[in-house]
Design a protein around this ligand. Sequence first.
Ligand code: C2E
Ligand code: CA
Ligand code: CA
Length: 524
Amino acid sequence: MRRSYLRAAIILGCLAIAVIVPVVFSGLLERQAIAQAQRTLTAYAERIIARAEAQLDQTGGRLSRFNSADLMACDSSVRRRLSELKFEIPAISGIAIINGEGHQVCILDAHGRDTAILTRIPSRMEPVDLSLLRDTASGHVMLGMVYDDLIYITFQRDSFLIDLLPEEWRIASHMALRLSDRTAIERLPRRAVETELTGPDMRVTRVSERYPFKLEITVPTALVLDAFAGIKAIVIAMITGLVLAFLALALALVRSRVKGDAEIERGMAARTFLPYYQPVISLEEGRLDGCEVLLRRRLPEGGVETPGRLIDRAEGNGQIVPLTNYLMRRVIEDLEEHYATRPHLTIAFNLCALHFHSDQIVRDVKAAFGKSRIRYSQLIFEVTERYPLGDLTTAKSVVGKLQALGCRVAIDDAGTGHGGLAVMQRLGLDIIKIDRVFVDAIDADTRQAPIVDKLLEMARGLRMSVIAEGVETVDQLRYLRQRGAGLAQGYLFAPPLPASSYRQLVGAMTPIAMNTDSVDRDAA
Ligand code: C2E
Ligand code: CA
Ligand code: CA
């Protein structure tokens, strides 16, 4: 149930990511594209405005060099200079001088046309005004300049607005140059174009700071986004691919976990998991004290293996609970007969932190051993110091309940963790198992093994028994016995054994005592 929820949650999560990430990303990309286009359009608008301003500046600047008396005279030298001006500034189409009564006294026009002023708007560039003029003959409206109420300039149609926009925008963009009263002077495109693009436009407006005109550019937003469609498609495809790959990976992971879980279940159902028994020896009397149960897996091709990472996985996903129950029942099958008649022999089971999170283990122990002929007093439960136990209050209550049944509780791998003395004291444990790394450090020349000594001293102080793990040499054995370690296990005595071998050993060693002197003699 929990597994199928997990899988559904992962799939839903990944699908949500697969949808949300590209949507959010494409939103960001579009905002970025629009901001970028806005900057580009603004730059074009500024260039067009600057160009128009420059033409007007130039015209005004040249006109300022004439004096009014000369102009009124309109003699041949004035006409020549005005012609030169027209020649130099190609945008100028006509020039006329106006006298005090408003009559045109001197006209230089390509076609000698007459014009009428429609609007006149003062600019900041005194004495220049801008005006809108209509050609009375053709009816065309064009931009004009009135200089000091004395000179009228008309400009060529369409000489201010130039299309600087990039090709891909030009097909559907619009530009309008307007006087500040909004009347349009020039437009681009000059003729209306049909476009299939609908939807909102991007609009940029730039106002001249010196002359009373402004420029508006509009480009359909869809056109701007079109340019990004290619990159967007690639990026979205990449993100979607990545998310899907992640999804596949997550699913594979879940599947392998599920497979691992099924492996443990199958191992129990097919009884390929089995307990091995490593003898624990009393150093004082040299007799067999009991054993530690270690999980093994029978291989299809024969032989057994240590389950390795399988235990970590079982501890991680909670399967360690049924697995421990399974081991307890198999141990009863293997040893009930031999142990019922030898009540001093012990069996140690490895538990993990999870077992100390609730009373479940107490109920499980009762369910397994309550009706068996193996006594609670023969049971030892080991909890490792390598990993923290979590909530110590609950752990203490579980320990207390196991002890109340008559079982004993040991701290395994003592010295390797951080809990140390404080945890042992708080939990009220019965046995310290000294980790083999500290025993390993003992050799023939060892006068002092500080950690071993320290643990032995602690055990004495707390009135706990000691089991030294991983004893492989006689030197180690001698050191431990001299320092008062009560019990030991290790390859020196025996490796973990299959049930039949352990039963033989039980038969052979109990009640026959092992003389420790003989160990010394054998080694010599
Ligand atoms: P552990 O509880 O510290 O078990 C002792 C380990 O040391 C065993 O390894 C044993 O085979 C090995 N060993 C015994 N004597 C010697 C020796 O003289 N020299 C050396 N070098 N090694 C020795 P194993 O069986 O591979 O188990 C490894 C760990 O797996 C155990 O460490 C224990 O933490 C865990 N484990 C094994 N069975 C169970 C189980 O049924 N339940 C739980 N929760 N954990 C288990
Ligand atoms: Ca152990
Ligand atoms: Ca250990």
